[in-house]
Design a binder for this molecule. Structure first.
Ligand code: ADP
Length: 579
């Protein structure tokens, strides 16, 4: 490319110069030759006119001897062959040859013309000298009648020699002109091809993605205008490209930081774009360039994709994947040529939502069940009371117990719903764990003594205060102590608290019946009880630990439950509350 532009321009110039020079050489030479011949002819005509004055009288008086001496002398002076021929073509005298040895000249072209009364001329090889000659013949008249022809001639050899030397000189000049033109056209072609080369190089750069490429030309003119336009164009492209790249980056960061899994499928269901969340949800390290059914094998998903493609409408469905529930939403890409084929799938992880739904459903079921039992009992005993008046006292006791149970369920539910209303009626201030524990313990002292249990408090003396709601914190310890005392027959309860980093770590340990391992993860759910009849007998509602968990969460803390190590009976609740 680089070479060809230069070579094309340079070659073209060279061709034009050579053609021009050779045609100039040819036509100049041709016109010089014809001009020279014309000049020569004219001189010969002039010579014949001058000679006629001397020769005509001798011809008229037929003094051919004198005529011959005269023309021979004249030949020496003017270096021109002179021939006199009579009207029949017989040579009367010739300055170079013996007239008697010469053949009849009547039919020589120039003689024929002269005998016709015109000035005859011709260029031909002389049969006498065997050389090319220029002849001019003039009729000699006596009283108007042509009596002879005076012919002068010169060798063309001289003219040719002159022309040869002229040709040589012109040739030298042409060589000089050619060399100079060659050098000039070389530089001119270079100056023409250089900006083209620069522009071509810069265009290649831009095509290759280097939009910062610019062309700076020193000289003014069309190329400068072109270079300026090019620079303007590439700066515009650069700005647009940067804008598009920025927008693409923004879009990418939005797509990649999305909580929802996003995946773009081509017409064959191959993954052409996906985000991190998708890879996480699908449990695939690198799903790119794979088919969606290789990553998620679920007939529901395939059916959804097919449906969107056929009906050209968005569609939703739920699938189960690796113990997760995913809500799939499929959309055809609108406004694109490929809209019929490409498709976006969004995967929402609704596992927690589903769990919550189940918990809520269980909760309602449990509430109605828990309320139904005491209410049925109350109703039954009231009916019996109506029939058997003397048993009133015993039945009234049962009614009272069931009413108490109803009241405690309703109370716990109201505490729970208060706690769920995050932030509502919370009275945060600086609270000391020690105070809350001691207040709660007071309530259970009597019960502990009656059961013969021990109560150990291992509270660090230098515990800092925490920001908390004092009543709720007290409620937390009441519920835990209530359970600990309820489910412990032998041994006792230990409450410890110590500072651990930026938290206070509290442990409530009892030596009771413990919680079977499989129930540990569910005991904080509402109404969840391990042993229904035992819990009911002990006056439990199944809401105590649920309340505890809510209080802990309200204080941005955490709670876990574990059994004491094998060999020891009992349960340990570990609570961490931020200072
Ligand atoms: P309940 O009012 O029935 O005690 P909770 O929500 O307080 O309800 O506790 C849920 C269940 O967890 C209880 O039914 C019981 O089976 C178990 N539980 C709680 N605390 C203890 C403990 N300290 N020892 C043994 N089991 C416990």
């Amino acid at each position: 490319m680089k070479k060809s532009i230069f070579l094309k321009i340079f070659g073209l110039y060279l061709l034009v110069i050579i053609l021009l020079s050779s045609s100039i050489l040819f036509f100049t030479f041709k016109s010089i030759k014809s001009h020279h011949l014309d000049y020569q002819k004219q001189s010969l005509i002039n010579i014949t006119s001058a000679l006629e004055l001397k020769i005509l009288p001798l011809v008229e008086q037929k003094q051919f001897k004198e005529l011959e001496i005269l023309i021979k002398n004249l030949d020496k002076i003017i270096s021109t062959r002179i021939t006199v021929i009579d009207s029949r073509g017989v040579v009367l005298a010739d300055s170079e040859n013996d007239p008697k040895s010469m053949e009849n000249h009547k039919y020589r072209a120039e003689i024929l013309k002269a005998l016709n009364g015109e000035i005859g001329q011709s260029i031909r090889t002389s049969p006498t000298n065997k050389e090319e000659m220029l002849y001019v013949a003039k009729p000699l008249r006596e009283k108007g009648r042509i009596i002879a022809v005076l012919r002068v001639s010169v060798f063309l050899k001289q003219i040719n020699q002159l022309l040869d030397s002229l040709k040589n000189r012109i040739f030298h000049i042409v060589i000089i002109i050619l060399t100079v033109s060659f050098i000039l056209s070389y530089f001119f072609s270079r100056s023409l091809s250089k900006p083209i080369k620069l522009l071509a190089g810069a265009s290649r750069d831009v095509a290759g993605g280097n939009f910062a490429s610019r062309v700076y030309l020193k000289n003014r003119g069309e190329f400068k205008v072109l270079a300026d336009s090019f620079n303007y164009m590439s700066s515009e492209i650069q700005a647009s490209f940067e804008k598009i790249s920025r927008q693409k980056e923004e879009l990418n960061s939005i797509i990649f930081s999305m909580q929802e899994g996003l995946v773009l499928l081509d017409k064959d269901d191959k993954i052409i774009l996906f985000n991190r969340a998708f890879a996480g949800l699908a449990g695939a390290e690198n799903p790119g360039d794979k088919f969606i059914w290789e990553i998620i094998r679920d007939p529901k998903l395939s059916a959804l994709v097919k449906k969107v493609r056929m009906e050209k409408k968005n569609a939703l469905d739920e699938i189960e994947l690796d113990q997760k529930t995913l809500l799939l939403s499929a959309t055809g890409i609108p406004g694109s040529r490929r809209a019929d084929n490409e498709l976006v799938l969004i995967l929402h992880d609704i596992t927690e939502l589903k769990k919550l739904e189940t918990i809520k459903k269980d909760f309602v079921e449990n509430v109605s069940h828990e309320l139904k039992t005491p209410l049925t009992a109350v109703k039954g005993f009231i009916e019996t009371m109506e029939e058997e008046k003397e048993l009133n006292k015993r039945y009234l006791d049962v009614i009272k117990r069931n009413i108490d149970r109803l009241i405690s369920i309703v109370q716990d539910l109201s505490v729970l719903s208060n706690l769920e209303n995050k932030g509502a009626r919370t009275d945060f201030r600086e609270v000391y764990i020690k105070e809350a524990v001691e207040n709660a313990v007071k309530i259970f002292e009597k019960q502990i003594n009656e059961k013969g249990l021990f109560l150990k408090l291992e509270l660090d003396k230098n515990l800092p205060g925490i920001t908390a709601d004092p009543f709720k914190l007290e409620q937390l310890f009441i519920n835990l102590l209530d359970n600990a005392v309820k489910y412990t027959e032998k041994g006792g309860v230990t409450i410890s608290a110590e500072k651990s980093g930026s938290h206070i770590k509290i442990e409530v340990i009892d030596t009771g019946i413990g919680i079977p391992k499989e129930h540990l993860s569910r005991i904080f759910e509402r109404f969840y009880v391990v042993d229904k009849s035992r819990s009911r007998k002990l006056g439990g509602t199944g809401l105590g630990l649920s309340i505890v968990k809510h209080i802990v969460l309200l204080h941005n803390g955490s709670i876990t439950a574990e059994n004491l190590p094998a060999g020891e009976h009992g349960t340990k609740f570990i609570i961490n509350l931020p200072i």
